[in-house]
Ligand binder design. Structure first.
Ligand SMILES: *[C@@H]1O[C@H](CO)[C@@H](O)[C@H](O)[C@H]1NC(C)=O
Ligand SMILES: *[C@@H]1O[C@H](CO)[C@@H](O)[C@H](O)[C@H]1NC(C)=O
Ligand SMILES: *[C@@H]1O[C@H](CO)[C@@H](O)[C@H](O)[C@H]1NC(C)=O
Ligand SMILES: *[C@@H]1O[C@H](CO)[C@@H](O)[C@H](O)[C@H]1NC(C)=O
Ligand SMILES: *[C@@H]1O[C@H](CO)[C@@H](O)[C@H](O)[C@H]1NC(C)=O
Length: 393
């Protein structure tokens, strides 16, 4: 009992401290953003504390805090919502009730806790008359790389079968893959893998990547430096959670925080993420490019050099034939430069990219459109994305 009240008191003090820490000036609804930012930071500090005293694994507290958003499959007047399995993997389908005049478009939506995105998928389905397919893939650290990717690929291939598309009256020429944050990473990889697979080469019309993370080999991009302490996404938290997806090894986390985690044999990959080459001048500011420090870690992790984990690590010929791409980047987001670098690389090889940069944006805004604290910014990004779908799918 004693330690619980101690923890509670400690959390309150931390919360008050973070609540009053400064955030960038042009952010809308600054107190709500401060509140969310402080919440993430307190969870992170408490998780570190709990782990250090052996009470709970760091990542456990994060997964515990996300269950609040889980919703049941409930149909409404416009959309039939079904929980089912594709290829033995749990999925949630949103099928419009109104009779289609022609075949329907479809959106394959990739995000870890897909059930948290119920509103957005319902809205997409209703506005576009689209079938939305959410994939409940297996999550790290319980299921490390490439479990999540394997699930997404299996479900997507299952869905793309003629008989399945016909069952839901989906037009095979109007299918988009979409994901935000780590879901954006998976969406980008699934799109690449299908594009380079002769059987599926032309099956995806478009991809939509909302503030995606696309690499972890250089953890000192300008946006990593500027927004290391948030708002909302913190460098240390991101690297800890990402490292756990690669391997259960704390030395990897420590090394990645110092940007000294890559092996000697990875030197050839750095040209794919070189911000000095790919970042528009505006975002370079007065940051100085530093060459990577390689070979400091003794253990090597094959996943770290695997383009199926980090879609920026493929060469130009593998990017060349990617479909129409929509990318949202947020200014105040440590993943900003991942998206910006991908945009430059895609455009360099002739891929058509529509870029929506949100000047007052923060990471994860779309997640804050349900629950107790909602951000207008989240609604704004959501409606811009849906409008893009209406015009392009
Ligand atoms: C159903 O669709 C109509 C028209 O788009 C909309 O006004 C209504 O709010 C929708 N109902 C629900 C439950 O979303
Ligand atoms: C990770 O490693 C620690 C010890 O290094 C071990 O106790 C723990 O069970 C491992 N976790 C997983 C998910 O393998
Ligand atoms: C990154 O780009 C800069 C400027 O073009 C160049 O000097 C540097 O050698 C490049 N580094 C790597 C690792 O490619
Ligand atoms: C890594 O390997 C070198 C040489 O084999 C050794 O001297 C060093 O102690 C090792 N470092 C760690 C962290 O294990
Ligand atoms: C690009 O990568 C693919 C797959 O690794 C390889 O087969 C191909 O030769 C590479 N192309 C170039 C131009 O390096």
């Amino acid at each position: 009992m004693g330690y619980k009240s101690l923890c509670f008191g400690f959390s309150c003090i931390l919360f008050a401290y973070f609540l009053y820490s400064p955030i960038p000036e042009n952010i809308e609804e600054p107190w709500k953003v401060r509140y969310l930012d402080a919440t993430v930071k307190v969870v992170s500090y408490m998780a570190t504390l709990f782990e250090n005293i052996g009470l709970m694994k760091y990542e456990k507290l994060f997964s515990t805090s996300s269950v609040f958003y889980i919703t049941q499959a409930v149909s409404d007047e416009n959309v039939t919502v079904i929980d089912t399995y594709f290829s033995n993997i749990p999925v949630r389908l949103y099928v419009p009730k109104r009779k289609p005049e022609r075949k329907r478009p479809a959106v394959i939506y990739i995000h870890g806790e897909i059930k948290a995105y119920d509103n957005m998928n319902r809205l997409t389905s209703n506005k576009l008359g689209a079938v939305v397919l959410g994939i409940n893939y297996r999550l790290a650290p319980k299921y490390p790389f490439p479990a999540a990717l394997d699930d997404c690929v299996s479900v997507t291939k299952f869905f793309l079968q003629d008989k399945v598309l016909a069952k839901y009256r989906v037009d095979p020429t109007r299918i988009c893959i979409m994901g935000d944050s780590s879901g954006g990473t998976l969406a980008a990889t699934v799109t690449q893998l299908l594009r380079n697979d002769p059987e599926f080469r032309n099956r995806i019309k478009a991809q939509a990547l909302i503030y995606p993370g696309l690499q972890m080999i250089d953890t000192f991009l300008p946006s990593h430096r500027e927004y290391a302490h948030g708002p909302i996404l913190i460098r240390e938290v991101m690297l800890k959670l990402l490292s756990l997806y690669v391997a259960n090894d704390s030395s990897l986390i420590q090394a990645s925080l110092r940007n000294e985690h890559m092996p000697e044999e990875s030197r050839h990959l750095f040209k794919f993420v070189n911000w000095s080459d790919f970042l528009p001048e505006k975002y370079k500011k007065n940051h100085v490019y530093t060459a990577p420090v390689l070979g400091k870690l003794n253990a090597s992790y094959p996943a770290l050099v695997d383009s199926r984990l980090f879609p920026l690590l493929v060469n130009d010929s593998q990017l060349q034939n990617l479909p129409l791409t929509y990318i949202v980047t947020c200014e105040h987001d440590l993943l900003r430069d991942d998206g910006l670098i991908y945009i430059t690389r895609l455009r360099n090889v002739g891929v058509q990219v529509i870029h929506d940069h949100i000047e007052e944006g923060v990471h994860g805004a779309i997640s804050f459109t349900t629950g107790s604290v909602v951000l207008q910014l989240g609604f704004k990004i959501r409606s811009r994305y849906i409008r893009w779908l209406e015009e392009n799918l």
